[in-house]
Design a protein around this ligand. Sequence first.
Ligand SMILES: C[S@@+](CC[C@H](N)C(=O)[O-])C[C@H]1O[C@@H](n2cnc3c(N)ncnc32)[C@H](O)[C@@H]1O
Length: 376
Amino acid sequence: MTAPTRVAELVAERARRLGPIPFDEVVELALYHPEHGFYSSGGAAGRTGDFLTSPEVGPLFGAVLANALDDWWRELGEPDPYVVVEAGAGAGTLARHVLDAGPQCLRALRYVLVERSERLRDAQHSHLPMEPARQVLGPAVVTDPDEGPHPQTGIGPLVTSLPDLPQRPFVGAVVANELLDNLPFDLVERTELGWAEVRVDDEIREVLVPAAHDLALHAERLAPDASPGERIPLQRQATAWVRSAFAVVDRGHIAVVDYASTTSEMAQRPWTEWVRTYRAHGPGAAPLDDLGEQDITCEVAVDQLPAPDRNRSQTEFLTAHRLAAHLAEAKRAWTERAHIGDLEALKHRNRLSEGQAISDPAGLGAFRVLEWKVEG
Ligand SMILES: C[S@@+](CC[C@H](N)C(=O)[O-])C[C@H]1O[C@@H](n2cnc3c(N)ncnc32)[C@H](O)[C@@H]1O
């Protein structure tokens, strides 16, 4: 038998004191405990990390997102400043790719990376030229002797990093790639006697307890047709996160990218299919094994979020924002330089395989891009 992890010990100690503890608290400790949580102690996306996300495949995803940011900027009437918040920004790979792509909105751009893990926020500083948040988020004003104070324009891109969404509402966009699946969630199971909550005891085993009235009502509303034995996630933190994004966007766009389905569809599948664990680029162990040493994620139930204005596949999103133009350019440049076989040639060839990976209908291309427009 292997020794329990530090997080397993913490969960056990808490369950001994308080009784079986809710699933979302277990996930919270496993992923985000300040010392022993997966994201505090070394877990991350990336080729050298634990799982590969679209930005970590290469720069192409960020280059197409840069086109989307330009499209949304134009729709808004080209505001300056144009604030783009990237939530769950990890070590800053996507931010770097967006900035390197040189979008048209660059001079107006205030790029804010929001990342909960202090370790990953520190890592961002080695890739990106960071400025103090209060200067990036304004109010950046110059005082004109004739016209009085007004926002300083044309000084972008300015980049900063925060542990939470900014407080002050802005005009711009909030984007998040694979954030919502990483937010702690509860688990409930339909039984012959009604809804039960899955909790975790002091031996790190599941126990079913009768669900509190509000939880049972919520579950019943989401999955009225669930049969005994079927489980669903209750993703209240994901819902709250989207609402908090609404609260900070005065006018603009919210877009989240994730693997997603619906609560009733998830009820019909084994729960271990939609709660997935990752570690060192492969599937991890069972969700309650190795707590703190593997990622725990949950497919996003779209019906638990505010209804999006748009819900399309990642491939459709990338196509709408001119993926094909990037691929045509890469193909042209690769064909021209293939006989030289230098680094520049390889860069273009890599772009072509990145294009396949991020639009693969059996993989990342099947992710959903959920978009909300905030009209102000
Ligand atoms: C699966 S990783 C995705 C990283 C990156 N977006 C990518 O696609 O490669 C999720 C990230 O979200 C961060 N995170 C989790 N909850 C957060 C929150 N409430 N606010 C900001 N970041 C959060 C985690 O620390 C982690 O770095």
